[in-house]
Write a new protein. Sequence first.
Length: 116
Amino acid sequence: MLTTATRSRPLASPFHAASCCSQSTHANRLLNTPEKLRDYFEKLGSREELSIALHDKTLLVQDLPGRLCALGGIYNWRFMVDGELLNFEARFSYVVDLARPQPILHHHSSQIPRML
């Protein structure tokens, strides 16, 4: 089963801690300030036909000490590029602190390469 979210307006970053370090699939640089995260989400959120689908069966949740946990899995991004709807399947990992109002402390994702 896939869980899908679709956005018709720019995304915000209400879930990332101010000190978050994000290495995102569609970024060509480290996103390590609130301004860089906001710019990234505004540009990504402006893409036509943007949607994200989580491959539910790939989701792994690992409890860590305190209120920390690590999440990993695979999701599929879809959006228009030069008039063509493209799919970008990516693996992801997050470290979150559930005690914080902005729980995402670290994020990494990378596009899954096509098999050779």
